[in-house]
Design a protein around this ligand. Structure first.
Ligand code: GUN
Length: 295
């Protein structure tokens, strides 16, 4: 039987409806949630993400404060801008688009973001809170993956989950979220040093590919009926496309969907969820400030 296709656009729309209602409730208190977005340089993928974030803010009752800086911006100037947004009461969330140019110390910049405005959930303080299961901002892509799984009715209690990839942004946070009691999966994390990846994947009731390698997961690596979540967004050359490339996930979709029980497409799976969770975190930050919950 063909897999159920998890429609990320539809789930994201549902959540955006909830976000709009929360933003409207804040507006009645005289508060407009505000997101500051900083982009350094002109990396084409980053430019398109940042543009999409600004559009999503405008559509959902969130003010966006955008700064596009040249690629040779000194690190000190970027840190000063982050500090200015930390102090600005109209700003509830700060996002510095990654990757940053090589002359800038990414860790230093991320650590400079106030934990109470870190809607990406990347600061060491928020990562620590996430691991300890304390109130925090969850990183957007992993939080989006969890919401997709939950809202699709996939059983997680006692499930075996395999995560392929150990990045700070996706793999490691997913490992932490999947073992929470509210999810209760048993988690294995695979990476470039993993031996016999296919055999480990075949044990997975929930298989999450976030390795950044196009077509890595083939049908023979999928347990029949498993839920396959594809986080990969790889640009592969396609001369028949206007842009000269097309987006391909980490999963061989045709092959895997013949075996899986549930599967996310690329595009239209995890992608729409990431920005949605960013909007949700920004609204949450404004709500927390209103309640006086921030440190
Ligand atoms: N670059 C790729 N993904 C992300 C993300 O989720 N947040 C930021 N700030 N940069 C990114």
């Amino acid at each position: 039987m063909a897999a159920v296709v998890i429609d990320g656009k539809k789930v994201a729309e549902e959540i955006r409806g909830e976000i709009k209602a929360r933003a409207a409730a804040l507006a009645r208190e005289g508060i407009v949630p505000g997101l500051a977005v900083i982009l350094v340089g002109e990396d084409p993928a980053s430019v398109s993400y940042v543009t999409a974030k600004e559009k999503a803010c405008a559509e959902n009752g969130i003010a966006s404060f955008e700064r596009r800086l040249p690629a040779d911006t000194p690190e000190a100037d970027l840190l000063a801008l982050v500090e200015a947004f930390n102090r600005d009461p109209a700003v509830h969330g700060i996002l510095v688009q990654l990757p940053l140019p090589r002359h800038i110390d990414e860790r230093k910049v991320i650590a400079a973001i106030s934990a109470d405005k870190d809607v990406d959930g990347f600061t060491p303080v928020n990562v620590g809170r996430m691991v300890l299961d304390e109130p925090c901002f969850l990183p957007c892509t992993p939080a989006g993956v969890i919401e997709l799984i939950r809202r699709s009715g996939v059983r997680t209690e006692g499930a075996r989950a395999v995560v392929i990839g150990r990045s700070n942004i996706v793999g490691k946070p997913l490992m932490n979220l999947l073992v929470r009691r509210s999810i209760n999966a048993t988690v294995t994390v695979c990476h470039t040093g993993t031996q016999d990846l296919a055999a480990i994947c075949r044990e997975a009731d929930i298989l999450i590919a976030c390795a950044g390698k196009a077509g890595l997961v083939t049908g023979d690596m999928v347990k029949p009926g498993a839920c396959v979540i594809d986080v990969g967004v790889n640009r592969v050359e396609d001369l028949s496309a206007k842009s000269g490339y097309r987006l391909r996930g980490d999963v061989d979709y045709e092959d895997a969907s013949a075996v899986a029980g549930y599967i996310t497409p690329v595009p239209g799976g995890v992608g729409p969820m990431t920005i949605t969770m960013l909007l949700a975190n920004t609204v949450l930050s404004a709500e927390r400030r209103l309640r006086g919950d921030h440190a």
